[in-house]
Design a protein around this ligand. Structure first.
Ligand SMILES: C[S@@+](CC[C@H](N)C(=O)[O-])C[C@H]1O[C@@H](n2cnc3c(N)ncnc32)[C@H](O)[C@@H]1O
Length: 390
C-alpha cells in the first residue's frame, strides 16, 4: 500500500477540498490566497497534533503512514492544537495530558480571511507575530517571497521546530525567538504586519515599524471570550485607522512574561436579585466583543455548568467586585453580587445598548490608533457615534 504522505494526487485532492470547504463558508478568497492554500501543504507543519479525548489532549500522529482519517483532520477547516502548557504534541506521552492549549495551527478559513485582508504582494516586507507551527509563515513566504518574511515566536522549541519544517519545505524566512510585543526593531520598516495571537490594543512598536501605507492585521481581544480581527492602514502622521473583519476570532493572547493568575471565587455571598439577561449572552462572540468595550479591562469571566445549570462568574481583580449569574429552570436568572460594584449591571447595560443599536456586527466597528491613544467606534445609522478607549 502506498503511504498517504507519498501520494501526491491524494495530497493535492486534500488541499483542493480544504479550499472548497473554506469557500463554502462565508469567505470569498482572492485568487492569490487560494493559490497559496493550493500550493502550500499543511501536513508537514502539523505532523503531530492533539485531539480532545474527554478532558485530556492526546497526541495524534500518522504512525504507519496509512491513517487516512489523520490526513482528513489535517485538511479540515479547523484549528489543530499543537502545544499544551508548553508541551509540543510530538513530545507528549501517548496517553496525553490535561492543561491549557498554548499553541495551535489556526483555523484555515480564519487564516485565509486575515491573509486576504493583509493584501500581500510579492516583495512586500512582512512581519508575523506568533510563528506557531510555521504554516502561516509558509503561506506568507509563498505570497511575499520567503526572503521578505520575518516571523517571531515567544517559545524557543516552537521556533526551532518551525524553522526546521520551513527549511525542509525549501523556505528560509527569518524565524526568530523573541517577544512579539516589541516587533522586530532591527528589521523594519515592514509593509505588512500580521499577529496570530491577540492583543488588547495595537502595540506602539508595530505602529512604529509599519511603513506609511502599510497594513497591520491583528486580533483584538479583552478578557471576555469574543475577539475580532482589526485591519489597519498606517497613516502618514504615524497613526493608523481601520475596521474589523466579520470572521469571529478568539486567538490565544500575546504573552509577555507569565500571565498573572487571578483566582476566581467559586461561591459568593452577597446581595441577590433577578435579571432578564442570562449569563449565556457572553457565549455569543459578537456580543462579548461589544461587552468587553463596556467593561473595566481587569474584569475576567468564567462560564460553566453547575448541576446542569449555566453559571457565569465575573470578577474584577482591581476592586474585588464579583457577580454570579445562575440560569434557573423555574424562573429568571438569579444574580448574586459582592464588592463595591454590581458587575452584571454593566453587562445588562451593554446588552441593552447592543440591542437598541440592532446588534452591530464586528465589521461595522472601526478602530483608530494615534499617538494620543487608541479607540474603537461605532457610527450608528442615526448619526450617533459610540467610542470606547482601548
Ligand atoms: C495561534 S498560535 C500561531 C499560529 C501560527 N501562526 C501557525 O501558523 O501555526 C499563537 C502563537 O503566538 C505565540 N505567542 C504568544 N505570545 C507571544 C509573544 N509575546 N511573542 C511572540 N509570539 C507569541 C504562541 O507561542 C503561539 O505559538
Amino acid at each position: 500500500m502506498i503511504e498517504i504522505l507519498d501520494d501526491e494526487q491524494l495530497l493535492m485532492r486534500a488541499r483542493i477540498e480544504l479550499v472548497t470547504e473554506i469557500e463554502r463558508g462565508s469567505i470569498v478568497l482572492s485568487s492569490r490566497v487560494a493559490e497559496a492554500f493550493l500550493n502550500v501543504p499543511r501536513h508537514p507543519f502539523v505532523p503531530v497534533f492533539y485531539r480532545r479525548v474527554g478532558s485530556a489532549y492526546v497526541p495524534w500522529r500518522v504512525t504507519d503512514g496509512t491513517d487516512a482519517e489523520w490526513l482528513r483532520q489535517v485538511y479540515t477547516d479547523q484549528a489543530l492544537i499543537t502545544e499544551v502548557d508548553g508541551m509540543l504534541a510530538e513530545d507528549a506521552a501517548p496517553n496525553g495530558r490535561t492543561g491549557a492549549a498554548t499553541s495551535s495551527s489556526t483555523m484555515p478559513s480564519l487564516m485565509a480571511d486575515m491573509l486576504d485582508a493583509l493584501d500581500v504582494h510579492h516583495g512586500a516586507r512582512v512581519l508575523e507575530i506568533g510563528t506557531g507551527t510555521g504554516y502561516n509563515a509558509a503561506l506568507l513566504s509563498y505570497l511575499a517571497g520567503a526572503e521578505n518574511v520575518t516571523t517571531i515566536d515567544y517559545t524557543a522549541p516552537l521556533v526551532l521546530t518551525a524553522r526546521t519544517r520551513l527549511r525542509e519545505a525549501g523556505l528560509e524566512p527569518k524565524v526568530l525567538r523573541g517577544d512579539g510585543a516589541a516587533g522586530q526593531p532591527d528589521g523594519g520598516p515592514f509593509d505588512r504586519i500580521i499577529a496570530t495571537c491577540s492583543v488588547r490594543r495595537i502595540p506602539q512598536s508595530w505602529l512604529d515599524q509599519c511603513a506609511p501605507g502599510g497594513v497591520i492585521v491583528a486580533p483584538i481581544k479583552g478578557t471576555l471570550d469574543g475577539g475580532a480581527v482589526a485591519c489597519l492602514t498606517k497613516l502618514p502622521d504615524g497613526g493608523a485607522a481601520g475596521r474589523f473583519l466579520h470572521t469571529p476570532a478568539a486567538f490565544m493572547p500575546l504573552l509577555s512574561g507569565p500571565e498573572p493568575l487571578f483566582a476566581m471565587p467559586d461561591q459568593i455571598d452577597g446581595a441577590q436579585r433577578t435579571t432578564e439577561t442570562s449569563g449565556r449572552v457572553l457565549d455569543d462572540y459578537g456580543f462579548s466583543f461589544w461587552a468587553h468595550l463596556h467593561m473595566n479591562p481587569t474584569t475576567v469571566r468564567r462560564g460553566r455548568l453547575v448541576d446542569g445549570q449555566h453559571v457565569t462568574t465575573l470578577y474584577d481583580h482591581a476592586d474585588s467586585s464579583a457577580a454570579f449569574i445562575r440560569d434557573r429552570a423555574d424562573g429568571p436568572p438569579a444574580v448574586t453580587t459582592t464588592g463595591p460594584r454590581d458587575l452584571w449591571k454593566s453587562i445588562e447595560a451593554a446588552h441593552e445598548h447592543w440591542r437598541r443599536q440592532n446588534r452591530p456586527r464586528r465589521e461595522w466597528l472601526t478602530i483608530d490608533a494615534t499617538t494620543a491613544g487608541q479607540s474603537i467606534s461605532y457610527a450608528a445609522p442615526d448619526g450617533s457615534v459610540s467610542r470606547w478607549p482601548l
